[in-house]
Design a protein around this ligand. Structure first.
Ligand code: F6P
Length: 359
């Protein structure tokens, strides 16, 4: 067997552990593995297709990022192509990907990605490519899997940052509003806010009333706690309002969430008179060494993907359904995404602990 592996979309800690597991599991079976660099770009001449061996994957389990590189601007079905007049137009180069796959005499491909890359993978399955998916994202919003690798590391990074803000917030008697990633899902905010003992946690699933957040700040003041920590998911929005996006179009025209922490901080300062600062953790949450949990999940996903290739279970992705790793049809997983269910135990726990959720 000659199989290929690609990593696409935003990176997540644990990608290298998946690559290692795929390579070593394949070599156990006598297969050859090729790494497609920069998402699907390696099949379009934008990057390379390189043999990946035991030597290549030595000592990478604990490394963040991906040794294959990645991009979230590389959809072969709408590939940005520079025109003679300098403008950029999107063209369908998917047939070139299929042709390159055949030319390389590949038997299967493992695509590691979030919903964007998995959606592309599904379209290639429809074009006849034998693909197994591996879900990846720090946002933990992929449907069909209880958890994705990268999420635990992102939560740990955010929790560490919140811990560090406590001492300076207390010393200065300030309010801090910490913006964390997660797109339209509040998983990172809820988990890091709980673990970091935030006083208010704002998640997209529960539109917030700024008055309620300020009440919490006042309540703490009255009990002698003259500082507060608010954790806001980047996708959080006020009741009746919209999500905030960063000014200016990102390359490829993809809108990027951002700015909610500063927005909330200004309102808290105006309404409470307390000095309020905002902190945006941003891509720090995607970096660094994966936690033990993420390494194990990533290794298990990688090995399970190879077993799925062996069974020819294409058009499926591996998924976590503790204690098992199961297979889920891509078509099923891509029917939507998962935010925090309102009846989730962590939401109830936050309420029981007196944490303000803005409602
Ligand atoms: O999906 C992962 C993620 O980090 C989101 O949490 C965030 O909204 C987005 O990617 C940021 O993307 P980019 O790296 O393109 O700014």
């Amino acid at each position: 067997m000659r199989i290929a592996i690609s990593t696409g979309g935003g990176d997540a800690p644990g990608l290298n552990a998946v690559i290692r597991a795929v390579v070593l599991s394949s070599m156990q079976r006598g297969w050859t593995v090729y790494g497609i660099q920069r998402g699907f770009g390696g099949l379009l001449g934008d990057a390379d297709v390189v043999p990946v061996t035991q030597d290549t994957v030595r000592g990478i389990t604990h490394l963040g990022g991906t040794i294959l590189g990645t991009t979230n601007r590389g959809n072969p079905f709408s590939w940005p192509a520079k025109q003679a007049d300098g403008t950029v137009q999107e063209v369908d180069r998917s047939d070139e990907v299929v042709a390159a796959f055949r030319r390389l005499a590949l038997d299967a491909m493992i695509v590691v990605g979030g919903d964007g890359s998995l959606r592309i993978a599904e379209r290639f399955c429809e074009k006849g490519l034998p693909i197994v998916g591996v879900p990846k994202t720090i946002d933990n919003d992929v449907r069909g899997t209880v958890i994705t690798f990268g999420f635990d590391t992102a939560v740990a990074t955010a929790t560490d940052a919140i811990d560090k803000l406590h001492s300076t917030a207390e010393s200065h008697q300030r309010v801090f509003v910490v913006e964390v990633m997660g797109r339209h899902a509040g998983w990172i905010a809820l988990n890091s806010g709980l673990a970091g003992t935030a006083d208010a946690i704002l998640i997209p699933e529960i539109p917030f009333d700024i008055g309620k957040v300020c009440d919490k700040v006042f309540e703490r003041d009255l009990t002698g706690r003259h500082f507060s920590i608010v954790v806001a998911a980047e996708g959080a929005r006020p009741a009746g309002g919209e999500e905030l996006y960063q000014g200016g179009a990102a390359p490829g025209g993809v809108a990027r969430l951002g700015g909610i922490a500063e927005h909330v901080a200004r309102q808290i300062e105006e309404r409470t008179g307390k000095e309020t600062r905002s902190v945006v953790l941003g891509h720090l949450q995607r970096g660094g060494s994966p936690t033990t949990f993420d390494r194990l999940l990533a290794l298990r996903f990688g090995a399970a993907a190879v077993r799925a290739v062996e069974r020819k279970q294409f058009g499926h992705m591996v998924a976590s359904d503790p204690p098992a790793i199961v297979m889920v049809p891509l078509s099923e997983a891509l029917k939507g995404w998962t935010g925090v269910p309102l009846d989730h135990d962590s939401i109830q726990t936050a309420r029981d602990l007196g944490i303000c959720l803005g409602d």
